[in-house]
Design a binder for this molecule. Structure first.
Ligand code: MG
Length: 281
C-alpha cells in the first residue's frame, strides 16, 4: 500500500530534506583529495545531530555509518573507513538520510575530485539529468512507470548501463516504503501518482554493464565489470502543482527540463531502494 502524506507530514519531511541539502553543500565544500571517508562521515554525523535530526542509515540493518560513500566502481553502500582515502580523479558517491520527528528524507550525489575524463563527466551529467527528467514526471495523473521510463529514455542513448538490482522507493515514516521505483521500464504502467505520495528516486548508472556484485563486507555494491558508476537521489513529493523536491532548498533544482527535479527491491531493502535476489544485510 502506498501511504499518502498529509501537509504536516510533508512539512516534517521537508525539514529533514533541507538538512540533507545543507549536508550536501557541506560535503561539496569539505571533500578534498587525501581525506579519508571516515572523516567525512564524522563531520556529517555531527552536523546532522547539531541540527536536531538523527542519521537515518546508522544502525539500519546494521550499517555502521551515517553516509554511504562509494568510490569509482562502487555503486552504493560503501562503508566509510579511516583507511580509505579519496584521491584526485576519483568520482565519489555520497548517499545519506536523516530523520526529523520520525520522518525520513534520503538523497545522494556523486562528485568528481579534480580533473576527470569527458566520458566520465558525461556519466555524471547524464545520471543527474535522468533524475531531473524523472522528477518532472512526479505530478498527479502520471503513472509510476512514467517516472522509471524517464530515466531510461534519457540514459539509453548514451550507451551507459542502468543498474537493475537497486531501485528507488516510497519514503515517509520509514526509510523504505512502497512503491518500488525502478530506473527502467515502459511508460504508462503502475499506480497513478497522487498528491501526498513521496518518492525517493535514485538512478544508478554505469560506464559499462549494469551488473553488480556485493563485496565480502556484506554491503559494498560494485560493478561486476569494474566500470565506474554514478548515483544521484532526491526525495520528491507529488503535489497538486507538480513535484516538490524536498531534499533541495531550490525548488526548481533538477527541473532544468521541466517544472521542479532516486533501495534494493521489496523484502530486501538497502538504502538504494530495494535489492533483488539476496537478502540485504
Ligand atoms: Mg534511497
Amino acid at each position: 500500500m502506498i501511504v499518502l502524506k498529509s501537509e504536516r507530514e510533508i512539512g516534517l519531511m521537508r525539514r529533514s530534506g533541507h538538512i540533507l541539502a545543507d549536508v550536501v553543500q557541506l560535503i561539496r565544500d569539505m571533500v578534498k583529495p587525501g581525506m579519508s571517508t571516515l572523516e567525512v562521515d564524522d563531520a556529517v554525523e555531527a552536523f546532522i545531530r547539531e541540527c536536531g535530526a538523527l542519521p537515518a542509515f546508522k544502525g539500519y540493518r546494521g550499517f555502521p555509518a551515517t553516509v554511504c560513500i562509494s568510490i569509482n566502481e562502487e555503486v552504493v553502500h560503501g562503508i566509510p573507513s579511516a583507511h580509505r582515502r579519496m584521491k584526485e580523479g576519483d568520482i565519489v558517491g555520497f548517499d545519506l538520510g536523516c530523520i526529523v520527528e520520525g520522518y525520513y528524507a534520503d538523497c545522494a550525489v556523486t562528485l568528481p575530485l579534480g580533473e576527470i575524463p569527458p566520458r566520465v563527466q558525461e556519466l555524471l551529467d547524464v545520471t543527474r539529468e535522468s533524475l531531473e527528467r524523472a522528477i518532472a514526471e512526479c505530478r498527479p495523473g502520471r503513472r509510476l512507470s512514467d517516472v522509471s521510463h524517464a530515466v531510461q529514455r534519457h540514459v539509453d542513448p548514451h550507451g551507459f548501463g542502468i543498474v537493475r538490482t537497486f531501485v528507488g522507493h516510497g519514503i515517509g515514516r520509514a526509510l523504505h516504503e512502497e512503491p518500488q521505483v525502478p530506473n527502467f521500464g515502459d511508460p504508462g504502467r503502475g499506480p497513478q501518482l497522487k498528491p501526498g505520495m513521496v518518492l525517493a528516486i535514485e538512478p544508478m548508472v554505469t560506464l559499462g554493464s549494469h551488473d553488480v556484485k556485493i563485496l565480502d563486507d556484506g554491503w559494498t555494491a560494485v560493478t561486476r565489470d569494474g566500470s565506474l558508476a554514478a548515483h544521484f537521489e532526491h526525495t520528491v513529493a507529488v503535489t497538486e502543482n507538480g513535484p516538490e523536491v524536498l531534499t533541495s532548498k531550490n525548488h526548481s533544482e533538477g527541473a532544468s527540463t521541466a517544472p521542479s527535479e532516486a533501495s534494493p527491491r521489496r523484502d530486501c531493502a538497502g538504502f538504494a531502494g530495494a535489492r533483488t535476489g539476496t537478502r540485504q544485510p
